[in-house]
Design a binder for this molecule. Sequence first.
Ligand SMILES: *Cc1c(COP(=O)(O)O)cnc(C)c1O
Length: 218
Amino acid sequence: MGISQNIQSIKNTLPPHTALVAVSKTQPAEIIREAYDAGQRAFGESRPQTLLDKASKLPADIDWHFIGHLQSNKIKSVVGLAHTIHAVDSEKLLTALDKEAARRPCRQRCLLQVHIAREETKQGFTPGALRALAAAGALARLPHLQIAGLMGMATFTDDREQIRHEFRTLKNLYTELKQTCFSSDAGFCELSMGMSSDYAIAVEEGSTIVRIGSAIFS
Ligand SMILES: *Cc1c(COP(=O)(O)O)cnc(C)c1O
C-alpha cells in the first residue's frame, strides 16, 4: 500500500480524540510532501538540525512534533518552531526551555516523558521523580511553557500484557497529575503513547496522540 492508504487505514482505527503524528524522522522532504498532499499535517522529527532543514522546505502549516531526546544546548533551533516537544525528561531541560521561550517570546507546548519501560535505555522521569517535582511546585513555575501532558514508550516486547500494563501506569499518572497539580489547567490534556507496533493497545488505554513511522512509510 502507499503512504496515503496507510495513513487512511490507521486513521480509520483511531477514535476522534486521538491524533496521528506521522513520524517522518527517517524520510526525505519529498516523501513528507506526499503525506502532506494526502492531508497529513502533524509530523514527528527527532533531530534539531533535520527539523530545521525540513521545515524550511515544506509548507508552513505543518505542525512539527519534536519527539527525540533534546539536549539543553540544542534547544534554540526547536523552541518556537516545534508545535509540541514530546520528550522533556529533566528539570534542567524544563528550566532551559522556559528561559529560551521567554527570550522569543513564545509559550512552548511540551510533554513530560515518563520512564515506563523495563529497558534501562529509555529516557524519562520516573513516576516518583515527577510526583516529587509536581509536589514541590516546580512545574507551576514555568510561565513560558505549556505543559500539555505526558509521553511514554513501552518496552520493546511481544508481551502484550506487559505493554498494556506500562501504558496503564502512564495513564494513571496522567490522571493523578491532572487532578492535582494541573487541576485548573485545561491545557494539560495529552497522553502521547503508541508507535507502529503497539498503538492499538495505547489507544485502548487512552492515548490522545499516537506517533507512527514505519507503519506509514515502509
Ligand atoms: C521513531 C519513533 C517513533 C515511531 O516509531 P515506529 O516504530 O516507526 O512507528 C515513535 N516515537 C518515538 C519517540 C520515536 O523515536
